[in-house]
Design a protein around this ligand. Sequence first.
Ligand code: SF4
Length: 233
Amino acid sequence: MNAIQIGGLVSFTTIDYPGKLACVLFLVGCPIRCAYCSNPHLLSVGPGDYDPEKVFDWLKSRVGKLEAVVFSGGEALMQGPAVIEYMRRVRDLGFSIGLHTNGFYPENLAAASSFVDWVGIDYKATKTNYEKLTGVNIAYDHLIKSLDVWAATGKPAEVRTTCDPRYVTPNDLLEIARDVAARGFKNFAVQKYIPHFEDEAHITTPTMRNAFFNDEKLRKEVNSLFETVLWRE
Ligand code: SF4
């Protein structure tokens, strides 16, 4: 089995796994190309900078100090059986396993679900805009399959939407939230779009980006669909 390719590591975080002290491993490679990606250096498949066995030894030294290890990317599930086996080993150390995923690999998510305790899943746009945002026409259908795979596990999750006004409208956000709730999810997060790169194609303004958060009617309607909604401004 191939070793996993790790391109980055955050040694301590309180915000990447709900209620637990965690570290984050950023795996190399992503099958889609979001217009707003903040980790472009992780998108291409290739060797990671971190030796996974050295990281594993370091994780052993964190037993009793950290509670969870979060796999992020890129898209961690792109590394298939290798990452699932690594998750199993890390979980055997006693850590909870978190996964941040774009939902592109429903079969891998199903295979990983015994070893993953919590997921954060991106629901990036409505079907109409998904290809425009991600550059991949099958990404939406894969996401929907992944949502249903995870909902069937009954394990906790957060589904989140980043409100980039180029691809998501307030009405879209409500449509997404209704779909997420109908699939049985209890926790939703609305994330403010913060531009990482300035370019000529960048046409959003603070007013456009804040519109989702200043719309009390929208907030109330979204909040009414879930047990918790985090509005991340
Ligand atoms: S899924 Fe994440 S890592 Fe992949 S392109 Fe989109 S924002 Fe970047």
